[in-house]
Design a protein around this ligand. Structure first.
Ligand SMILES: [Fe+2]
Ligand SMILES: [Fe+2]
Length: 186
């Protein structure tokens, strides 16, 4: 009996990342994509990496804004930090929209991706060095929060991909004015 219980407990938590581990894994992944972008030579490779970066960041910022930041705001006594994070997201989204609307042939397009990378590096540093330690100390069920983040992330990823596939036959301007636009909250 005890063995069965132990096994089922393992099963429910197996593979479940806590909220902070999940968000950190996203940060690491996107940093890797920015590094690949800086090394990329061909325009087609740059474009596909930039598209992936924009998708990852759109989904990541959305799950933080919908789930993680509100939970953190309730749990920690540092609303300034969360206000700053939200403003930084807003600026990042403006660059993401410009990158999605453009292409490597456009003037300053690559520079926008590079600046977005530097911007995100700064934002991630603040989250991981300041916000996450405060959240770690707070009274929050980080496993449960991680499950909510993961479920929403999977949902948003498939919506984003569906939307991109649905837009494949349309013109670039039509595509950029939809979910990948500046006010996009997919
Ligand atoms: Fe963030
Ligand atoms: Fe983040």
């Amino acid at each position: 009996m005890a063995t069965t219980k132990a096994r089922s407990r393992r099963k429910t938590t197996k593979g479940t990342q806590d909220a902070l581990a999940l968000l950190k894994a996203d940060h690491t992944k996107v940093q890797g994509l920015f590094d690949q972008f800086e090394k990329a030579r061909s325009d087609s490779r740059k474009l596909s990496l930039a598209r992936e970066i924009c998708m990852e960041l759109t989904v990541h910022t959305t799950i933080e804004e919908e789930i993680f930041y509100p939970a953190a705001r309730e749990a920690i006594d540092d609303s300034d930090l969360l206000d700053e994070a939200a403003i930084e997201h807003q600026s990042a989204k403006e660059l993401i929209a410009q990158i999605n609307e453009g292409s490597p042939e456009d003037d300053k397009w690559s520079a926008r991706v590079t600046v977005l990378g530097e911007y995100i590096k700064h934002h991630v540093k603040e989250e991981q060095n300041e916000l996450f330690p405060e959240v770690r100390e707070a009274d929050l069920d980080l496993k449960a929060l991680g499950q909510r983040l993961l479920a929403r992330k999977q949902e948003l990823m498939s919506e984003y991909k569906e939307h991109l596939n649905g837009s494949a036959g349309r013109t670039r301007s039509a595509r950029s004015s939809s979910m990948t636009g500046s006010s996009a909250h997919i």
